[in-house]
Design a protein around this ligand. Structure first.
Ligand SMILES: [Zn+2]
Length: 324
C-alpha cells in the first residue's frame, strides 16, 4: 500500500493540515452502537422507558425521550417510538421481552423527531396521530431527520420518516380492559396528544409536561401551552408521565412547566422593553428553583432564538406612518 493511501486510511499526517471534522462513520471505525433501554413498571400492565434528560449527542444516540407501553389482552399499546430506526428496534425487542406480545396500536404524541423516528419498526396503519401531527411530520419530517443524522451520525443509519396512517378523530378507544381517552392539546406544537388510560389513571402527557428537564420551544405557542396545562390539571389522574423526565405522582410536572414558561416569557418581555438584543436577553439569571433543571442554559438560549422576535414585536411600540 502506498504511503499516501495508508496515511489517509489511518488518519496520519492529513489530520495536521485538515480542519478537525467529525470522523467519517464507517463499519471499520464505528463503535458498536446499542441503546440500553429498560422498562420500568409504573402501574398495572403499564411500563415506561425513561430517556436521558440531556440534549441529543453521539454519546446518548438520541435516547432522550420517554416512551411508554401498555400490555393489554388485545396486544400492546405503545406511546411514541423514539428517535431512530435503531431505537425502534431496541424498543420492539424490549416490548416483546417484557410482554411476549405484538404492538397493535402506536400513538405519536406530536411531530417532533425524538418521538416518532422509530415508527419504521411498526405497522404504519396502526400508528395513530392527530391530523396536524400528520401534516407537520409530512412537511418537516425529512428536515428533522437530516438534522439528527448530522448530530447523531451512525445512530441514525437506515432511519426513514414514516407517516402515521391512522387519523385520530375520535375521543377514545379500548384495548382489552384499557380505555384510552384521546386528549388533544396544543402549545408545545400545534397538535399535542395526551392520553388518559382510564384503567390505571396514568395520564401520558407527551411534551405538554416536562419534569426536571427544560421545556423545548421550537414550535411553541406559550398562550395555548398555558391553557393546556390549566386543562390538564383538572383531569383526574394518579400519575402523569411527561414527555421528558421521571414519572410524576404529585403533578409537579404541570407546575414546573407552567412556572418555567411564565418566568421565561416574563424575562424576555422585560428584556425586550429595555431594548436588549438576543444575546443580552439570553443572559438572564436563573432562579434557584430552576437551577436543578437539566439542560436549562442551552434551552434558554434556544428559546430566545425561537420566541424573542415575536415578543419584541408585541412589546415594542408601533412606529407607523404618520408618527412623528
Ligand atoms: Zn420531546
Amino acid at each position: 500500500m502506498d504511503k499516501v493511501r495508508r496515511s489517509l486510511l489511518i488518519g496520519g499526517a492529513s489530520s495536521l493540515v485538515a480542519p478537525i471534522l467529525p470522523a467519517p462513520i464507517s463499519p471499520l471505525n464505528a463503535a458498536p452502537l446499542r441503546y440500553n433501554l429498560k422498562a420500568q413498571r409504573i402501574a398495572y400492565n403499564s411500563y415506561v422507558v425513561i430517556g436521558k434528560t440531556e440534549d441529543y449527542s453521539p454519546d446518548n444516540g438520541g435516547d432522550i425521550v420517554n416512551v411508554a407501553f401498555i400490555d393489554t389482552s388485545d396486544g400492546v399499546v405503545l406511546i411514541d417510538t423514539g428517535s431512530s430506526r435503531r431505537y425502534g428496534e431496541a424498543l420492539k425487542q424490549l416490548i416483546y421481552a417484557t410482554t411476549g406480545k405484538d404492538v397493535i396500536r402506536v400513538y405519536n404524541t406530536h411531530f417532533h423527531p425524538d418521538h416518532c423516528l422509530g415508527n419504521q419498526l411498526f405497522d404504519k396503519k396502526k400508528i395513530a396521530a392527530l391530523p396536524k401531527t400528520i401534516s407537520g411530520l409530512k412537511a418537516s419530517g425529512e428536515d428533522f431527520s437530516s438534522n439528527l443524522y448530522r448530530i447523531l451520525g451512525d445512530w441514525m443509519r437506515g432511519t426513514e420518516v414514516i407517516i402515521p396512517e391512522h387519523v385520530i378523530n375520535y375521543s377514545s378507544e379500548k384495548f382489552g380492559k384499557h380505555r384510552f381517552e384521546m386528549l388533544p392539546f396544543k402549545g408545545h406544537t400545534d397538535a399535542d396528544l395526551a392520553i388518559l388510560d382510564h384503567e390505571t389513571g396514568v395520564l401520558y402527557a407527551g411534551d405538554i409536561c416536562f419534569l426536571d428537564r427544560a421545556a423545548t420551544t421550537p414550535h411553541a405557542d406559550l398562550e395555548s401551552w398555558h391553557k393546556s396545562l390549566k386543562e390538564i390539571k383538572k383531569i383526574p389522574h394518579k400519575i402523569i408521565f411527561p414527555g421528558h423526565g421521571p414519572a410524576d405522582t404529585t403533578s409537579r410536572s404541570i407546575e414546573q412547566t407552567d412556572t418555567y414558561l411564565t418566568w421565561l416569557e416574563k424575562n424576555l418581555t422585560k428584556s425586550a422593553r429595555s431594548g436588549k438584543d438576543m444575546l443580552e436577553a439570553a443572559k438572564m439569571p436563573i432562579p434557584e428553583k430552576f437551577q436543578s433543571i437539566d439542560v436549562i442554559e442551552l434551552e434558554i438560549e434556544r428559546s430566545v432564538a425561537h420566541l424573542y422576535p415575536g415578543i419584541e414585536e408585541k412589546t415594542l411600540p408601533f412606529l407607523g406612518q404618520g408618527d412623528s
